[in-house]
Ligand binder design. Structure first.
Ligand SMILES: Cc1cc2nc3c(=O)[nH]c(=O)nc-3n(C[C@H](O)[C@H](O)[C@H](O)COP(=O)(O)OP(=O)(O)OC[C@H]3O[C@@H](n4cnc5c(N)ncnc54)[C@H](O)[C@@H]3O)c2cc1C
Length: 456
């Protein structure tokens, strides 16, 4: 079976690996000159390669760690106990576990207790579907009270979801606080966070190398211009005026880009894809000559600041692996068409540095080695209240065309753990369905297992 995968990010490369393992002749097409997509890297002026967007591996990332094991990368995985905090009322407060919430200094005792119970209650909740129709604000006010909501949660929700913050379901809070719990070891809730030497790209490159060893092909700098569809069937990919035939095509790009690649898909499918909303992101990266916060992640509960959080990855990556640099990422979430996305890099630098100096009065601009700005218009799908009808399916209305994208595993967080798990699932669906078709065409009766899977 000859299958094309559109996109060479973590999803495309993991899928390629799982399919190649099953003997599929897989070819991956990546638009840019490097693999990795959002998990890719950028070269600093001195040639050091660093994550374009901050990436960490958590001790609970079971699928990702299993892949590292399979590819003999476990010895490159470094996990450390690390610190998280909240910037609130001009000060940094550690929030590494329940006891820190109980001691949170800017809240009254009763509010601390309610905050703590709210975090525990959300972390241990299993029936998350009940939260799907519940507004995050209403849920948090009910659990923590108006004062805690206004002073802690509201600024964080506003900075993450911007103008749609009052329309997000409580499942979003559930997914984030649950992920905090899963990186905690026991009730003391010690954080374990880490990285692969060489970043997530080391894993992606190892997957790519194995795909090629198993006979697959990877084409870099080859943007797919169209997925060819005729009579309701996908039959290949178009590059300029040349089309290459494939028996199946799997797109791994965000829904708005995918929509542009399928002009001959049914109009109702276009209409459905048009309704999937995305958040964009702007991520300035400060390359410093010294550490600044001592925290892996600081959430900013203060509406004066443009950035949502501060992520200092060199608190868990030894700077010796990064040319001695200290890396501080200052992300801001925006809607794709927001005016923030129209600002020039220089304007962003001016605003961000002004705010950074407010946060760290001792900071001196002479400590900066480089200031970079990266952006993505379609970083993460937005799920509004009762928005589960807007989750696109893996099998599409077009025969032999599949979609594997981060919009599909809601309410799980958008990270490489969810992506690698999802890619395995998609590979299985493609194999099952294509095998089923093959047997039907050849007059063989497929053997159905578990109502869905077909024995290959
Ligand atoms: C700021 C930030 C921080 C993050 N932090 C973490 C973290 O700490 N841990 C973690 O696990 N995850 C993290 N993630 C999430 C992680 O990066 C994503 O979940 C993952 O990379 C998504 O992979 P993907 O392949 O689905 O999408 P993408 O990475 O977007 O890949 C899609 C690929 O398709 C290519 N493409 C687009 N159009 C075409 C075309 N026409 N033809 C061919 N190719 C095309 C693109 O160039 C791209 O390479 C973070 C993401 C961001 C942005």
């Amino acid at each position: 079976m000859k299958v094309a995968v559109v996109g060479g990010g973590m999803m495309g490369v993991s899928l390629g690996y799982f399919l190649a393992q099953e003997g599929v002749a897989v070819e991956i097409y990546e638009a840019s000159s490097d693999l990795g997509g959002l998990a890719g890297q950028v070269l600093l002026e001195d040639g050091t390669s660093v994550d374009r967007f901050f990436h960490a591996i958590l001790s609970s990332d079971a699928y990702l760690r299993q892949l590292c094991d399979e590819l003999n990368l476990t010895s490159h995985l470094q996990l450390k106990e690390k610190r998280m905090g909240i910037y609130h009322q001009g000060e940094i407060h550690p929030v590494n576990g329940i006891f820190d919430f109980l001691r949170f200094p800017t809240l009254r005792s009763i509010d601390r207790l309610r905050l703590c119970l709210a975090v525990l209650c959300t972390q241990y909740l299993r029936a998350w579907r009940r939260l799907e129709g519940v507004n995050a604000e209403e849920w948090l006010v009910k659990l923590c009270g108006e004062r805690v909501f206004k002073s802690i949660w509201r600024p964080m929700l506003r900075s993450k979801y911007g103008e749609v913050f009052d329309d997000v379901p409580a499942t979003q809070i559930w997914a984030s606080t649950k992920s905090m719990r899963s990186i905690c070891a026991g009730f003391a809730q010690k954080q374990l966070v880490g990285h692969l030497i060489g970043g997530h790209l080391a894993l992606i490159n190892a997957l790519a190398k194995n795909i090629e060893k198993m006979g697959g092909k990877i084409h870099l700098g080859r943007p797919v211009q169209e997925i060819m569809i005729e009579d309701g069937r996908a039959w290949g990919l178009r590059f300029g005026n040349k089309a290459i035939p494939y028996e199946a095509v799997i797109a791994t790009v965000p829904a708005p880009l995918y929509r542009q690649l399928i002009p001959d898909a049914p109009p109702t499918y276009h209409g459905f894809l048009d309704r999937i909303e995305y958040m964009g992101i702007i991520v300035p990266l400060l390359v410093l000559d010294r550490p600044i916060s001592g925290y892996w992640r600081l959430n900013i509960a203060d509406e004066r600041f443009s950035y949502t959080s501060l992520i200092e990855t060199t608190t868990f990556i030894d700077p010796q692996f990064l040319g001695g640099h200290h890396l501080v990422y200052l992300p801001k979430y925006t809607m794709p068409d927001s005016w923030w996305q129209q600002l020039s890099d220089d304007e962003i630098q001016t605003i961000w540095l002004y705010e950074f100096e407010t946060m760290f009065p001792a900071f001196d601009q002479s400590w900066i080695r480089q200031f970079l700005v990266h952006r993505e218009p379609y970083f993460e799908p937005v799920h509004r209240l009762d928005g589960t009808d807007h989750i696109p399916s893996i099998k599409t209305p077009v025969e032999n065309l599949y979609l594997a994208t981060t919009a599909q595993f809601y309410p799980k967080l958008n990270n490489c753990e969810s992506v690698s798990k999802h890619a395995r699932h998609v590979a299985q669906i493609v194999l099952d369905e294509q095998c089923h078709c093959y047997r039907q065409q050849n007059g063989q009766t497929p053997q159905v297992v578990d109502n869905e899977r077909v024995v290959v």
